[in-house]
Design a protein around this ligand. Structure first.
Ligand code: AGP
Length: 368
């Protein structure tokens, strides 16, 4: 069927604003909201018996996998080995049939991801696929398919597929934790309740941050380089922010673990360098603020993406502070994705690039 832009200027904008709705589809596929339980287990993969998880994907799907790693290790106490598919397939890593493998792909057709999947299959691993296109090759060749329910994604820059991948990975990690006895029934209920709140909070945040992101994009469009920093699950998010900006605005951007700042990138900081710091008020907050201090001391211009508690706790001067509502830790990566996507989107629109079809990029990379 034909997908149109509705009232939006670009598919990317439409897809950003669809997130509250599609996330709610993704969540209801894996959760029972009447009982606040997760049903994310597929009989094909017995998480109780799995010794570790091998995860592979490309681009944005890989960054979703990196956030998933934090969740699987924390909630299911399951070690995760993750790599970009183009490395994974050639590393000749030793694999055991007691491991399970998870492949994440919006299209389900990415050549390197598919080759990694076949490599794991040959080694006797059970295969799970987190995909958007359920008829895809990756879905067909997997033992268990975990659909992300995002609906067709047309914009080359992935937005709603990313947050839906995260919602599914969170569900799988909690489900695996439940099966392995590392998530109690009470914890499961609390986490499901927190996830259930997400669509409502997403709608609120999209409206809240849009004007600020649009005005900031004018500043950003004048820059040659931008640095994104974060810790914990905000580290992969920093890389995702940088990827989104470079894909559609062609501004050079890097995402770094905040703790790595002093191991190199700090040399780049001057008064022309915007540094986007992603820091919810979590257990990493103080550490990230101390990195921010190092940026401020060198005249770097800080765009501080935090929450109300974080904005109140830091007194550092910033170029802009974006204060999102305080949200539970499990949903923070999805909520914090929204200002990041909008900032890249508005910067690209302001610069007049071809937002939905950026130069040199294809929606689905079916060649190596
Ligand atoms: C994201 O904005 C990208 N255009 C790209 O990195 C994409 O996520 C990657 O090519 C993987 O695609 P897939 O999810 O269809 O496998």
């Amino acid at each position: 069927y034909v997908v149109d832009k509705g009232n939006h200027r670009h598919f990317m904008e439409k897809e950003i604003y669809e997130q509250p709705e599609v996330i709610s589809h993704a969540l209801s596929h894996y959760m029972n909201f009447a009982e606040n339980t997760i049903g994310a287990n597929a009989p094909e993969i017995d998480f109780r018996a799995v010794s570790s998880l091998a995860v592979s994907a490309c681009g944005t799907a890989y960054l979703a996998g990196l956030i998933g790693k934090y969740w699987f290790e924390r909630y299911a106490r399951l070690p995760v080995e993750i790599d970009v598919a183009s490395e994974f397939r050639y590393r000749e890593m030793p694999l055991q049939p007691s491991q399970a493998a998870l492949f994440i792909s919006q299209s389900g057709e990415t050549a390197d991801t598919l080759a990694s999947l076949r490599y794991c299959k040959e080694n006797g691993l059970k295969i799970g696929a987190v995909v958007n296109v359920q008829e895809s090759t990756i879905a067909r060749e997997s033992d268990a398919v975990f659909p992300i329910m995002a609906g067709p994604e047309i914009g080359v820059a992935s937005t709603k597929a990313f947050t839906c991948q995260l919602a599914v990975l969170a569900s799988l990690a909690i489900g695996a934790g439940k099966a392995r006895g590392t998530v109690s029934a009470d914890e499961e209920k609390a986490l499901v309740r927190q996830l259930a709140e997400m669509p409502r909070i997403m709608s609120r945040v999209l409206n809240l941050v849009q004007p600020q992101m649009e005005s900031l994009s004018r500043e950003l469009s004048k820059c040659r380089d931008v640095l994104y920093l974060g810790r914990g699950t905000s580290f992969p998010l920093a890389m995702e922010g940088a990827l989104k900006l470079k894909e559609i605005s062609y501004i050079h951007a890097e995402g770094y673990a905040a703790g790595e700042l002093k191991h190199g990138p700090i040399a780049l900081i001057d008064e022309n360098m915007p540094v986007i710091v992603i820091a919810p008020y979590d257990r990493f907050f103080e550490k990230t603020v101390s990195n921010m201090q190092e940026v401020a001391a060198r005249g770097g211009r800080i765009i501080f993406i935090t929450d109300e508690a974080g904005a109140a706790a830091s007194k550092l001067p910033t170029m802009a502070t974006i204060a999102l509502p305080n949200v539970p830790e499990i949903i923070a990566p999805m909520i914090f994705s929204l200002p990041i996507q909008l900032l890249a989107y508005h910067t690209a629109v302001f610069m007049g690039t071809d937002v939905d079809q950026p130069r040199n990029l294809a929606k689905s990379v079916t060649v190596e």
